[in-house]
Write a protein that binds this ligand. Structure first.
Ligand code: ADP
Ligand code: MN
Ligand code: MN
Ligand code: MN
Ligand code: MN
Length: 363
């Protein structure tokens, strides 16, 4: 077997061909990106077309063979991004997956999300989402960067939140390259930071209306995985990569409607709480791709994680739902749902939030 080092990405050869060979404008590569059948992995395949597509409707549908069971799936292009790797006219094409009879495939949660976001009751209140994505950069020792080879039991240690310095921040090359790749692609990045544990980072997208926030998050995840190939590390979205009494990875959903953003909107925000409390038990299973099982160890109710039961509070980062201090103070703004795990499906979660808070559904 080859040494792991021989598998490393050859950046200079890559640059020589991908970035430097002159190509005629009628040679455009479209990378079709889709969410795997497990609801968390990402996959992609490329196809050459003759012109830069203007809209997803200009792009041909395609197929791939799914593994469980082996049968065709259809890929339907739904959003276009610029390709930060190939650059030029080349594009990333986010796709929805359909079964071979064109019904939404298992775990195509975008269909329902888009339908919900498109209803008149929902478009009239302009739902905005700001999604926070925490992730871990995993090194060759199969641990997040900066963790010692033996890490059980672990000290709680000083926090690495917003950390700077080589003794505290590990993997900034990937983190930083990713922010730029996202901005180039057309993902609406709103920020980022080093997170509480070594090798743990965060970026945020939004605020963005409707399904676009979730589209951006999936493409941003794709870009992280794709970049990890070049960096010789792996990216994990698992909510609890290190067991025990240390931090975890979340996927906070910041959410507002037009009435919440207007003067006095704080009352609208507070009036959402009873519905969120009532639906808490049905909501937790939507917070990760394994029916809530991945999230169990993360929901500690301390170290800035939500508890297992429903709680809410102003400024409270150990609550399930937080109203930021400045929102309370200005009397308008948004709420932060801290329950979703870092491997949540943003289509499923934003869909559920809108059903409960805007449409008043209780199951
Ligand atoms: P935290 O203090 O929880 O770490 P972040 O700064 O990481 O907060 O993330 C806050 C997110 O909330 C950002 O993505 C931001 O764009 C988003 N946001 C800001 N205002 C609104 C709003 N009115 N509605 C929805 N999301 C918002
Ligand atoms: Mn083939
Ligand atoms: Mn944050
Ligand atoms: Mn965070
Ligand atoms: Mn947050």
């Amino acid at each position: 077997m080859a040494e792991p080092s021989s598998w490393r990405f050859n950046s200079s050869a890559y640059a020589r061909f991908v970035k430097e060979l002159p190509l005629s404008e009628d040679q455009v590569l479209l990378e079709y990106v889709y969410v795997g059948e497990d609801g968390e992995s990402l996959a992609s395949k490329c196809r050459r077309v003759d012109a830069v597509p203007e809209s997803p409707d200009d792009i041909p549908t395609w197929t791939f063979a799914a593994n469980f069971p082996v049968e065709d799936r259809f890929l339907k292009p739904v959003a276009i991004y610029k390709d930060p790797f190939r650059r030029g006219p080349h594009r990333l094409v986010l796709c929805e997956v359909f079964a071979n009879d064109w019904t939404p495939a298992f775990r195509n949660f975008r269909r329902s999300c888009d339908d919900t976001m498109s209803t008149p009751e929902v478009t009239s209140v302009e739902p905005w989402f700001g999604l926070e994505q925490e992730y871990s950069i995993i090194g060759a020792n199969n641990r997040p960067l900066g963790w010692p080879n033996c890490f059980l039991p672990q000290p709680t240690g000083p926090t690495h939140h917003d950390a700077v310095g080589m003794h505290k921040a590990f993997g900034r090359d990937l983190y930083e390259a990713h922010l730029f790749a996202c901005m180039y692609a057309g993902v609406k990045i709103s920020g980022g930071n080093a997170e509480a544990c070594p090798g743990q980072w965060e970026f945020q997208v939004g605020p963005t209306i409707g399904v676009k926030a979730a589209d951006d998050l999936w493409i941003a995840r794709y870009l992280l995985h794709r970049l990890s190939e070049e960096m010789g590390v792996a990216v994990s979205f698992h909510p609890k990569p290190i067991p025990g009494d240390v931090g975890a990875c979340g996927g906070h959903v910041n959410f507002s409607t037009q009435p919440m953003r207007e003067d006095g909107g704080i009352e609208v925000i507070k009036s959402a709480m009873p519905g969120l409390a009532k639906t808490h038990q049905e909501y937790l299973p939507l917070c990760d791709p394994h029916g809530g099982a991945d999230n169990q160890a993360r929901l500690m109710g301390y170290f800035c994680t939500a508890p297992k039961e429903f709680t809410w509070g102003v400024e409270d980062r150990d609550a399930a739902v937080r109203i930021p201090r400045e929102v309370e103070k200005s009397g308008k703004g948004f709420l932060e749902d801290r329950r979703p795990a870092s491997n949540f499906d943003p289509y499923l979660v934003t869909d559920a939030l809108v059903r409960v808070v805007v449409l008043g559904q209780r199951s």
